[in-house]
Ligand binder design. Structure first.
Ligand code: SF4
Ligand code: SF4
Length: 168
């Protein structure tokens, strides 16, 4: 059975131990700690392997990924296949959930160890990977926002008194 105050004593013991330890100052960014395996840093995509299946774009809960797809006969087989001409990842929205990485059938989108992201405005945080730039905030979302604005606000149901008031 735990004794009363045992937890506090244990906690204070740790505090006291650290109080007299030699202090270590790490000179970041000159000194960089080795990151653990499976670190989720900024995403990157290998465009040579991407098959433009759009699964990463569809699964992303934050709509960070935008892909412009076309059909192209890359292998010279005479059968044009989906090809991503534009591919953008918006780092300002990404929450590093890794769903896009898990869903990719050819493992061409993956996390790097890069985590230092800086820009003067949010739009600069969208990185382009394809042959041509693609809008990182696709029109479908703008349309959805426009429709949402048009929906009239709900009114309280009319009562007998209010109906009489309106008729008067
Ligand atoms: S890690 Fe998550 S939030 Fe970031 S792009 Fe992939 S699915 Fe979207
Ligand atoms: S899931 Fe992979 S293969 Fe499919 S579009 Fe995304 S990055 Fe390309």
């Amino acid at each position: 059975m735990p004794r009363i105050g045992q937890g506090i004593a244990k906690g204070l013991g740790i505090t006291l131990r650290h109080l007299f330890e030699k202090k270590v100052t790490r000179q970041y960014p000159e000194y960089r700690r080795e990151l653990p395996e499976r670190t989720r840093g900024m995403l990157t995509v290998d465009m040579d392997r991407c098959i433009a299946c759009l699964q990463c774009m569809r699964i992303c809960p934050d709509h960070c990924i935008s892909i412009e797809q076309t059909k192209r006969d890359r292998g010279g087989s005479g059968k044009p296949k989906p090809h991503a001409v534009g591919f953008a990842i918006d780092d300002s929205r990404c929450m590093y959930c890794s769903l896009c990485v898990e869903v990719c059938p050819v493992n061409c989108i993956y996390h790097t160890e890069e985590f230092e992201i800086q820009a003067y405005n949010r739009l600069e945080l969208a990185r382009q990977f394809g042959e041509r730039p693609v809008d990182p905030h696709p029109t479908v979302k703008k349309e959805k926002r426009a429709v949402a604005k048009k929906v009239p606000s709900r009114r309280a149901p009319a009562t007998e008194a209010s109906r009489k008031e309106e008729a008067a």
